[in-house]
Write a protein that binds this ligand. Structure first.
Ligand code: ATP
Ligand code: MG
Length: 556
């Protein structure tokens, strides 16, 4: 295990104690319970790493349970994407379950409660129910339906199931305590009527269990030992325990941790769906989205995301994590694994006047200088006409400019030292050509020139360059907490995507491997876009080489 040295987090402490006390026979079974109403995001990754990680650490297992109790917002497309994302993150579940598989069992649980006099059918409108609930400082009042007999409740609940009642006309409520200081205990709703088509059960059901009546009971049906959820469910825990106790079913236990909040993004599925539907982004997998599919398309690796989740740890109090930490984690990973390549994003021509016209020399560059064996190398064609970055040349360079300018020398990566002798401008004053001479004895790896230069720049042979599109991404929002704004869409960063339609890359990048990270030397980490075609290669920038935001947000 990666973090054996680290001290235990509070959930691991609980699990270890349970194992010592042989609670549930020392068995550990967790679950990850997404609602299939959207794609998974980085916050879900936190929950996945926690649930699956705990099980792995303690020899347990994790179920994947689709919490599909809301027929209106759920779709099979989401189910598939969720499974795909979990596997991509590197986890495999024990069983794939659906809360909808338990509808019959849950219905029978409700009957049990009714028979025990612990649930009743209420005909009040939702407004009337809310009004009668009281406030945290004032007790609630019973509605006229609270005293219905068991027989009447059984009959009405059956009628609800049989579709004899209109939506909103009746609900099933638990009969607990209308003066409880915990509002969730004031006769919470257990079932509502919805005449809607469900993505798995079709039209079989027209009553659907509420979250509180489905979640804990599903945990119990699966004999989940540790049901981990986020802090907003702390006030639901007494109800979770009450239902299990009254139904006399398997005693699953709920534990809560602080959800992951990340700055400069939004994480609620509702808001993410809005970004997609209103076309602020290309889709759920737009590389600017905090979704797993977006991060994958952007070039994030599963290891970097798992590492990020481990690093932020498991907290009991809400906090906001700097997205810079996520970027740090992917940089750290790609620095070790990305293959180095040369790409010129803003090209200007460089001509080597003393290099024979038409001659081509095959130089080599190793793939990965961070790997002990370099992971092989690729050929780098060199000729007398190259593309270099426009900003690697200055007509009037300041003192410490160690790149090209009149009379200045620089090394071309994996190639020779060149000296700038002259340059050409067009009538508008734009530099169109930089004229240099090269030092034949300065070839990389066999340099006998004795010349020392301070700068090295990247280049691509003009004759061999391939044209590709490059997409540079920046944060999607201009403010740290867009969700706190009146309209989060008003804070979208208009410059979050910059498209470079014609960048020149070395020919080897035609064989770029999907899903692999490439470091474009001096330019950042890039990956082939999944929607790229052989006729038009597109590269996404995953992250810059350095944290360019550090100064602005004062991150030290
Ligand atoms: P949203 O509000 O975005 O729809 P959700 O919590 O309703 O999110 P679910 O599909 O119900 O989404 O979540 C599945 C699991 O992932 C739950 O156990 C939930 O606690 C957890 N989860 C969701 N968001 C986060 C987050 N930001 N940090 C940690 N865990 C999260
Ligand atoms: Mg939810």
């Amino acid at each position: 295990m990666e973090n054996e040295e680290k001290s235990l987090n509070f959930i691991e402490e609980i699990v270890e104690k349970d194992i010592q006390n042989s609670t549930h026979g020392g068995r550990v079974l967790t679950r990850f319970p997404p609602e299939p109403n959207g794609y998974l995001h980085i916050g879900h990754a936190k929950s996945i790493v926690l649930n699956f990680g705990l099980a792995q650490k303690y020899g347990g297992k994790t179920n994947l349970r689709f919490d599909d109790t809301n027929p209106l917002t759920e779709e099979t497309e989401y189910v598939e994407s969720i499974k795909n994302d979990i596997r991509w993150l590197g986890f495999e579940w024990e069983e794939e379950r659906y809360t909808s598989d338990y509808f019959e069992t849950l219905y029978n649980f409700a009957i049990t409660l009714i028979k025990k006099g612990l649930a009743y059918v209420d005909d009040s409108t939702s407004d009337a129910i809310a009004a009668a609930k009281g406030t945290p400082t004032e007790p609630g009042k019973p509605t006229p339906y609270r005293s219905r007999s068991v027989d009447e409740n059984l009959r009405l609940f059956e009628e609800m199931r049989d579709g004899k009642h209109a939506e909103g006309s009746k609900v099933l409520r638990a009969k607990i305590d209308l003066s409880s200081p915990n509002m969730h205990m004031r006769d919470p709703l257990l079932y509502r009527i919805k005449h809607a088509h469900h993505h798995r059960t079709g039209n079989k059901w027209c009553i659907y269990p509420m979250y509180d009546f489905a979640h804990g009971q599903s945990d119990s049906i699966e004999e989940i030992t540790h049901s981990i959820c986020t802090l907003e469910f702390v006030p639901h825990r007494p109800l979770y325990d009450w239902l299990i106790e009254k139904l006399e079913i398997f005693p699953s236990k709920q534990y809560e941790f602080a959800r992951l909040n990340l700055n400069y993004t939004v994480m609620s599925k509702r808001k993410l769906l809005q970004l997609v539907n209103e076309k602020y982004v290309e889709g759920w997998d737009d590389p600017r989205m905090p979704t797993i599919s977006g991060l994958r398309r952007r070039g994030y690796t599963p290891a970097s995301i798992r590492n990020f989740c481990e690093r932020i740890g498991v907290a009991k109090r809400e906090n906001i994590i700097d997205v810079g930490l996520l970027e740090f984690c992917i940089r750290e990973d790609l620095n070790k694994t990305a293959w180095r390549r040369m790409a010129v994003l803003d090209p200007v021509k460089l001509v080597i006047t003393n290099y024979p016209e038409g001659e081509v020399e095959m130089l080599v560059g190793e793939n990965n200088p961070e790997a002990a064996d370099g992971e092989g190398s690729r050929p780098l064609p060199f000729s007398n006409t190259l593309w270099i970055e426009r900003d690697d040349f200055m007509e009037n360079p300041p003192k410490k400019f160690f790149r090209l300018g009149p009379g200045l020398m620089v090394r071309l990566k994996h190639a020779y030292i060149v000296r700038c002798d002259d340059f050409v401008k067009d009538t508008d004053g734009n530099i169109t050509e930089i004229r240099c001479s090269y030092i034949p004895e300065s070839k990389s790896g066999e340099d006998t020139s004795g010349i020392k230069v301070k700068g090295t720049i990247h280049w691509v042979s003009a004759l061999h360059a391939k044209t590709v599109e490059v997409r540079l991404y920046d944060r999607l929002f201009n403010v740290e907490n867009p969700a706190a704004e009146e309209d989060f869409r008003a804070t979208i960063n208009p410059d979050s995507l910059q498209i470079i339609e014609k960048a020149y890359v070395e020919p080897d990048l035609l064989q770029a491997i999907p899903g692999k990270g490439y470091q474009f030397i001096r330019k950042g980490y890039f990956t082939l876009d999944t929607k790229s075609t052989p006729d038009k290669l597109v590269f996404n920038r995953t992250v810059t080489l350095r944290d360019t935001w550090a100064k602005e947000v004062n991150r030290g």
